[in-house]
Design a protein around this ligand. Structure first.
Ligand code: OXD
Length: 306
């Protein structure tokens, strides 16, 4: 029996080191170049090439090395009977929440304006006040809910939205209450999974329905946003700014107008990185439960795509 890591776009050295430390008895294959494909029973994946997993005829488990699973599911050759599980890690939630807080607080406390003053050696003591923020978290799954709770506990007004109703400590909306949700807010944090339903969700039509100029923070997936619509909405004042970690095409092409837009802040898909040690612990636990015929933690529902 072997495990494999199929993750062409990411460095795998740390994953390999952790795996070999935690499970020295299990041979690990990195990439697709193996003489023993039929021995691979578990594949840890991030953006595997389409069709690549079919070489592993005895594959029993697929484990997403990231919180999102769209990168796994876009490969429609994966046989339906193989369970897919994903990492759900409190440290990732901590990191994601801190990223969202960074974006939120920089906006709330006029950080960019103070920076501009500093560049001019200008003492702008009474020029910028705290911006009143009403934060909407679109997508209150594991990561979104963690962020929403922390922002709520800091004392900011928070509103949540999810597909199905959730029990929350703050007002939340579900299903066809979307318009009601976006009418409450002036900061929109997007943390939905990427599915056919969320494709292009952050578009001009939605921005036009916002009640107030809204600050957009997107930490979900680039294809949830329509970048030309974001630029248009910023220029028309429907959006007051955008703090973006994900893009329709990554790396963001040098020709993108987002790079130079004065109201846009960009980070290169780093809002929450996966921690190899905890992910390795989770994949080994999943596999051992599978072998014992037990239920699998954080198994993906392929019809919902999360
Ligand atoms: C993830 C990501 O899905 O980093 O974990 O985007």
């Amino acid at each position: 029996m072997r495990f494999a890591i199929i993750a062409p776009p990411v460095p795998t050295k740390e994953w390999k080191q952790n795996f070999e430390k935690i499970a020295p008895h299990i041979p690990l294959v990195i990439g697709l170049d193996t003489k023993y494909p039929e021995e691979v029973e578990c594949a840890m994946v991030w953006c595997q090439p389409k069709g690549s997993l079919t070489a592993f005829k005895n594959l029993k488990l697929i484990f997403s090395m990231g919180a999102g699973v769209d990168h796994v599911l876009k490969d429609d050759t994966i046989p339906g009977h193989i369970p897919i599980c994903r990492v759900v890690d409190p440290q990732m939630a901590f990191s994601m929440t801190n990223y969202i807080l960074m974006a939120l607080l920089n906006h709330h406390r006029s950080w960019y304006e103070f920076q501009a003053s500093q560049n001019k050696k200008h003492w702008s003591q009474f020029e910028f006040t705290e911006r009143p923020v009403k934060v909407g978290v679109l997508g209150i799954g594991y990561l979104g809910m963690h962020a929403a709770n922390e922002i709520h506990h800091l004392g900011f007004p928070v509103f949540g939205y999810s597909n199905s109703p959730k029990k929350t400590d703050f007002p939340s909306y579900a299903g066809n209450e979307f318009i009601e949700f976006i009418k409450q807010i002036n900061v929109l944090v997007c943390s939905v999974p990427y599915t056919p339903k969320t494709h292009g969700l952050l578009n001009y039509e939605l921005f036009e329905k916002l009640k107030e100029p809204t600050y957009l923070i997107n930490v979900s997936r680039g294809n949830v946003q329509v970048e030309k619509d974001i630029v248009k909405a910023l220029d028309k004042g429907l959006l007051s700014g955008a703090f973006l970690d994900v893009f329709e095409k990554e790396p963001l092409p040098k020709t993108s107008p987002l790079w130079d837009h004065p109201k846009v802040k960009i980070t290169p898909h780093v809002a929450s990185l996966t921690y190899p040690k905890e992910s390795t612990r989770q994949v080994l636990n999943c596999f051992s439960r599978l072998e014992k015929g037990l239920s699998l933690p954080n198994q993906v529902d392929r019809t919902k795509m999360y």
